[in-house]
Every structure is written in structure tokens, then in C-alpha cells.
Design a protein around this ligand. Structure first.
Ligand code: PEP
Length: 258
């Protein structure tokens, strides 16, 4: 019999929010500090706001902070980049790696993703490895192979004993952002089954057009350990609404150590 597990609810702010806006969001989390029972909540600000959010959250507010990207090298001549150690120093405990926007606009490849996953674990950070197929791949019925390949290559530099450090976010490209389409649960269930059984990672999240209406149904898809949310969680009240949906659900599955 499975036991109740933590449900992950997180948001990346992408290239949004001033310091004042980031602090106001953090203050909303502090005011709701009792809402997180049973939920592993995380927010991923822009690099400029990581430290401000960290400083605003007292230790009894159980919300993790992440970074949206970091370089694999520990230091050096990489103008405009920040290292894993630097984001950890600023207060991040997890780091998003391989989001489809970075793959599309910034030349992220499975090779650089693998280097970053390795560097994140070495720096004591939880890698949040983002994978997902474009619409054309889905239309051709090749999504499971595509996604499994991205995960296999993304994890390729880790020792077997480190796989449990990784959280995978399945984010089909056709479902993400303003032009995204909400998924039907049967469209994502087979991919979730593959990801949750095949790789030995710590948790598998779903992301792409999640909102208050579809969150409970998505959380009930077998293999889903939580949700990674963009637009529908950028307002703190909306984020907390999703946290409450997750906290209210009785999602039973793999045990998860926080
Ligand atoms: C994302 O871009 O990772 C994402 C989940 O976005 P949205 O929820 O806005 O579709």
C-alpha cells in the first residue's frame, strides 16, 4: 500500500517581476504559512530576485526557491552567466534546466543539459530537468520516445546513485505558454507512466497550461507527483489556490522524502 506523499506545486516567473513585485509575492507566502501541509512548494524567480525572496521568507515558511538556469562551469570567463554555486549562494536549492524556451532561444541542447544536471548535483542543488515534445512529434505519435530520449541524455552524466536527486518536469511544448493548448489527461498519462517508472528520479511533475480548473484532474493522473505552473501562478493568490488544491487532494503514490 502506498502512503500519502508530498505533492509538488511550483512556478517559474520567467522574465517577470521587479524586486518590489517579488517581495510582495513572498509576503503573500508568509501570510499563508499554514497552507503548505503535504505540499512541496517552490518558486523560481529571475536571478535578480532570488536573494530578495530568500531574505523575505522566514525558515518556518516551507517554500523552496529555485533558479531558472545556471552554467555548468564553477567559475570563469562566461560573461552574462551565473554558476550553480552562485545561485546556491543567493538562496536557491533547486535549478531549472532545459526549459523548452532555453532550448529554442538559447541553444540549450541535451549535451549542455547533461552538463548542467551534473553540475547542479555536484553543487548540492536539485536539478529540475524539463523535457517535452514539440507538436509535430506528438502528431507523429513519437512523444514517448522523444521524451524518454531527452531524459536519458539529460541524466547521462549522473552516477546511478544520484538519479534520486533529480526532479523531472514533463512540459509538452504544444501545451506551454500563451499559444499552448490545455492537455486532456489521457494525452499525458502514457508519458507520465514512462517517466515515473523508468528512471529512478525523485519526482515527476507535469507543466503546460495548468490552471485552477484542471489542476485536480491533472494531479490524479497516475505517476504525477506535482505541477509546474507558469502564467496561472504568477499572482500569489493564484499560486496559493493551486497549493490548496494539492493539499486538499488525497494523492497516494510513491513515498517521497522531502
Ligand atoms: C512553462 O512555461 O513552463 C509553463 C508551465 O507555462 P504555462 O503554465 O504558462 O503554460
Amino acid at each position: 500500500m502506498g502512503r500519502a506523499r508530498m505533492t509538488w506545486i511550483g512556478t517559474s516567473w520567467k522574465m517577470n517581476k521587479t524586486l518590489a513585485e517579488a517581495r510582495a509575492f513572498a509576503d503573500g507566502l508568509v501570510a499563508a504559512r499554514g497552507a503548505f501541509d503535504g505540499v512541496t512548494a517552490f518558486v523560481i524567480p529571475a536571478h535578480t530576485a532570488i536573494a530578495a525572496v530568500r531574505e523575505r521568507l522566514p525558515p518556518d515558511v516551507p517554500v523552496l526557491i529555485g533558479a531558472q538556469n545556471a552554467h555548468w562551469a564553477p567559475a570563469g570567463a562566461y560573461t552574462g552567466e551565473v554558476s550553480m554555486g552562485m545561485v546556491a549562494d543567493a538562496g536557491a536549492t533547486l535549478v531549472e534546466i532545459g526549459h523548452s524556451e532555453r532550448r529554442e532561444h538559447f541553444g540549450e541542447t541535451d549535451d549542455t543539459v547533461a552538463l548542467k544536471v551534473e553540475a547542479a548535483v555536484a553543487a548540492g542543488l536539485t536539478p529540475l530537468l524539463c523535457v517535452g515534445e514539440p507538436g509535430a512529434v506528438r502528431a507523429a505519435g513519437r512523444e514517448i520516445d522523444w521524451v524518454a530520449g531527452q531524459v536519458t541524455r539529460g541524466l547521462s552524466r549522473l552516477a546511478a546513485g544520484d538519479l534520486h536527486e533529480v526532479v523531472v518536469a514533463y512540459e509538452p511544448v504544444w501545451a506551454i505558454g500563451e499559444r499552448g493548448r490545455e492537455p486532456v489527461t489521457y494525452e499525458i498519462a502514457p508519458v507520465m507512466e514512462t517517466l515515473s517508472t523508468g528512471f529512478g528520479v525523485r519526482a515527476v511533475l507535469y507543466g503546460g497550461s495548468v490552471n485552477r480548473r484542471n489542476a485536480a484532474a491533472l494531479l490524479d493522473v497516475p505517476g504525477i507527483d506535482g505541477l509546474f505552473v507558469g502564467r496561472a501562478a504568477w499572482d500569489v493568490a493564484d499560486f496559493l489556490a493551486l497549493v490548496r488544491i494539492a493539499a486538499a487532494g488525497r494523492h497516494v503514490g510513491r513515498p517521497d522524502a522531502r
